[in-house]
Design a protein around this ligand. Sequence first.
Ligand code: FAD
Ligand code: FES
Length: 400
Amino acid sequence: MSLRPEAEAHLPGARIVIVGAGWIGAEVAASARERGANVTLDDPLPVPLQRVLGPAVGAVYRDLHREHGVDLRLGLGVEGFEGRGTVERVRLADGTAVEADLVVVGIGVTPRVELAEQAGLDVDGGIVVDERLETSAPGIFAAGDVARHRHPQFGPLRIEHWANAQNQGLAAGRAMLGNAEPYDRIPYFFSDQYDVGMEYSGHANGDDEVVFRGDPKSREFIAFWVRDERVVAGMNVGVWDVTEPIQALVRSGATIDRGRLGDPDQPLDELVPAEDAPRPQRMRMMKQAFGAPKRFVGDRLAMRQAGGLDTLHPGHGAIIDVDGQKVAAYRDEGGQVHAVSPICTHLRCVVGWNGAEKSWDCPCHGSRFDIDGSVLRGPAKKDLEVTVLTLPGQAPPEAA
Ligand SMILES: Cc1cc2nc3c(=O)[nH]c(=O)nc-3n(C[C@H](O)[C@H](O)[C@H](O)COP(=O)(O)OP(=O)(O)OC[C@H]3O[C@@H](n4cnc5c(N)ncnc54)[C@H](O)[C@@H]3O)c2cc1C
Ligand code: FES
């Protein structure tokens, strides 16, 4: 999470009380602690993120924040804010008061549906849309946070995540042009807190049964949520390139064997029954259409047609092949080659060249790196690794 520089300067030593330990509260807590603020995180539920993740997985985040020095006040609601002219303390349900220089309230949002209501559209905690994102009024579509979409697999869902807003927007556009396909993407989002990254695919309730693959204490594990003997969601923490099989498993609706599901030695792909496994053609289509969440680094690098260094003109960048290894290379106007790893340091997508900005941009969550790999924009925090190339006296090609 980035802040305006003037706000950033006030953070070290500041006393911040965060009300609500959902995604916003938990991420703000992590960012503020990393910047040296004293953070109190308050929630009426016993663990952070309980509503989505449930008590067992929420406990992983409780321990993570505690280890990083967050003062957790869980199981306690807020009674009120006190101070003269500005907030000075937060009064909790047990009568205690927490001194505060700043209070962040992250307790959820309410969609703005007034316009839809006035227009006579069906509204039920969001603008009601069918499988194709069309509202109750033919020709009017809704997408993103505001839409209560009838998902073919999960039923009515209103999702507040960036990938959903982006993908539904595109799908609504296609539906307006007559596309009859339902919008059936598996919901997806990611979260980074301290050095722990995760991706979540599917849709579960906090009270669904959880099966762990790997030890949650190691912070490298997959949690599966199981309902009616089927996987309805999976979350990979510190384990990468598994989004596709997790989503295939959720999509398949296959009855699962808990033992195999929780066994890290059982390949995830093999848990999807053959009759439900995506067929090669469908798999290819999914790969092309998946965009952000599909991050099969090996596959995507292998699929990329990469030329050699001799194809790189001054002022241009490309993923190129050097002795069988793919690198993100830029040749400057003086002919010098700047080579870095093409794997984004956030969640390991493959970056692409942005000729307009002369940068390496990650298509997954928007990280941007300069030609020498330095982070220009997050969520990535670490620079791309510099690759040292031994150039066999190769002359740069003439400018195109
Ligand atoms: C602090 C914060 C952090 C977040 N972090 C993450 C994250 O890390 N990962 C993630 O996946 N998601 C995150 N989200 C959620 C994500 O930002 C939203 O899911 C996404 O922005 C939704 O996009 P949208 O276009 O549907 O809605 P919005 O981005 O809310 O856009 C709706 C727009 O419609 C306008 N509008 C409202 N009413 C009217 C009207 N009557 N007429 C015209 N315009 C109107 C609004 O002003 C607004 O500009 C975060 C959200 C917040 C608030
Ligand atoms: S993988 Fe998330 S921005 Fe690159």
